[in-house]
Design a protein around this ligand. Structure first.
Ligand code: PXP
Length: 240
């Protein structure tokens, strides 16, 4: 199983002061050196962290592929078509949210998503849909033509009640099996940290985990390279 690192919060620190540092490209290079296979950046409509210029610069100079996380909005889709990132992860987006709060309503927005998946994949980007581990939503995701689903692990990772956590983990396991059976690549992400990673490893068929906040938070004390390496070490026992 592979690790993709979301470096949005490197840009969050930079935007907090309007400085030129810390530099997301420098962070991406460190993540690559430490063994990450891809870099995720979320170009939000409100541009609260990652800026258009970051996306263009990373697409030229990042040593590993870019996974561009984005809403299905025409303005951002046009940027993705111009940049041609290796992967695009479509997510729901609300202006006021702290972070992406739920999976895509693939059934309710099927036609719009199907159209965008086709535009992006015809342009050379592999498209991933960020979804709750629900079999109907996953089946609908496959029908859009997207080649990947990223299972939303946030509810499981945030659950404090052990019974609830176990129920949510079983849903993730069932969701992964369903997506794999439909021929989809299975990624997962949101809220994953060194405390819950052992449980996440029980989800079968995982190709890539996309992790951001906990790694950047650990980096404050450990340094970014160590923070990426310690997550990779925690993932190393995975048996798909
Ligand atoms: N995957 C997706 C689709 C996300 O929206 C996020 C948060 O930006 C992540 C992964 C990473 O989540 P976290 O920062 O909680 O590790």
């Amino acid at each position: 199983m592979k690790l993709g690192v979301n470096i949005d919060h490197v840009a969050t620190l930079r935007q907090a002061r309007g400085t030129s540092y810390p530099d997301p490209l420098a962070a991406a290079k460190i993540c690559a050196k430490a063994g990450a296979v891809s870099i995720t950046v979320h170009l939000r409509e409100d541009r609260r962290h990652i800026q258009d210029s970051d996306v263009y610069l990373l697409s030229k100079a990042c040593p590993i592929p870019i996974n561009l996380e984005m809403a299905n909005s025409e303005e951002i889709v046009r940027i993705a078509l111009d940049v041609k990132p290796a992967e695009v992860c479509l997510v729901p987006e609300k202006r006021q949210e702290l972070t992406t709060e739920g999976g895509l309503d693939v059934i309710g927005n099927f036609q719009a998503l199907e159209k965008t998946v086709k535009r992006l994949q015809d342009n050379g980007s592999v498209v991933s849909l960020f979804v709750e581990p629900d079999e109907k939503i996953i089946a609908s995701s496959a029908k859009t033509g997207a080649r990947v689903v990223e299972l939303h692990t946030g509810s499981f990772c945030d659950a404090t009640d052990p019974e609830k956590a176990e129920r949510l983990l079983q849903k993730l396991i069932a969701g992964a099996k369903c997506a794999h059976a439909l021929g989809l690549q299975v990624n997962a992400g949101h809220g994953i940290n060194l405390d819950n990673i052992t449980s996440i490893l029980k989800i079968p068929h995982l190709d890539t985990l996309n992790i951001g906040h906990s790694i950047i938070a650990r980096a404050v004390f450990q340094g970014l390279e160590n923070a990426v390496r310690e997550m990779l070490a925690a993932m190393s026992e995975y048996k798909a």
